[in-house]
Design a protein around this ligand. Structure first.
Ligand SMILES: Nc1nc2c(ncn2[C@@H]2O[C@H](COP(=O)(O)OP(=O)(O)O)[C@@H](O)[C@H]2O)c(=O)[nH]1
Ligand SMILES: [Mg+2]
Length: 207
């Protein structure tokens, strides 16, 4: 059974704990209870008949003031970056969070870990709002997120979809890393077996 560690990050009060509760327990509370340090949630999802265990790390938002802790980020496979669409300028904060994670953790091949952007509390947007799924998705892709969603921990809008898309990306990235390794091993072996021809024997410099 695959196991992935997923960080849930964002400013205080944007709805991180509510999102974890929605994903794991399918519940919501209007009451605000500050998260101290880090809380955990475990979600098991099935993808193509395979059970995937996802450990959600719900971090206290204050942490970024001193930079996100390297310890929290260690071995993280992906992140859900939550922001509050009702707060002006909060999308920029999501990018700051992403950068903070990128500074502390990356994939084995040196590329960034996958992250999805959840523009949360969308149930509070006025109907005439210019913020839509499309604008969030565009912003997310421009800023190197895997995807962006308008979400609501209150109604459950897109919370599972965001997680699913993230996990699918994590899985494909892991597969790719493994494939690349296997391929490079194969290439190495093939190179060893290759007889030295006149043309490549005379080549200078590296390939
Ligand atoms: N309307 C609405 N309120 C939300 C949503 N998500 C969280 N909240 C409320 O926002 C407050 C902060 O939520 P919380 O999950 O504790 O934020 P955290 O500090 O990021 O963990 C709480 O009062 C929640 O009930 C949402 O999607 N819609
Ligand atoms: Mg919290």
């Amino acid at each position: 059974m695959s196991f992935y560690k997923v960080l849930v990050i964002g400013d205080v009060g944007v709805g991180k704990t509510s999102m974890v509760n929605r994903i794991v327990y399918n519940t919501f509370s209007e009451k605000y209870k500050a998260t101290i340090g880090c809380e955990f949630g475990l979600k098991i999802i099935e993808i193509n008949g395979e059970s995937i265990r996802i450990q959600l790390w719900d971090l206290a938002g204050q942490d970024r003031l001193g930079g996100i802790s390297r310890l929290y980020c260690r071995d993280a496979n992906g992140a859900i970056v939550v922001n509050d669409v009702t707060r002006e300028g909060n999308l920029k904060q999501a990018c700051a969070w992403k950068n903070s994670v990128d500074e502390n953790v990356c994939m084995a091949d040196g590329t960034p870990i996958p992250m999805v952007l959840c523009a949360n509390k969308s149930d509070m947007l006025p109907p005439e709002s210019s913020i839509t799924d499309e604008t969030i998705q565009r912003f997310a892709l421009e800023n190197k997120f895997v995807a962006g969603f308008l979400t609501s921990s209150k109604t459950g809008l897109n919370t599972n979809e965001a997680l699913l898309q993230l996990v699918e990306k994590i899985m494909s990235k892991h597969k790719k890393t493994t494939d690349t390794t296997e391929e490079s091993v194969r290439k190495q072996a093939a190179r060893k077996l290759e007889p030295k021809t006149q043309s490549n024997a005379g080549k200078k410099g590296c390939c």
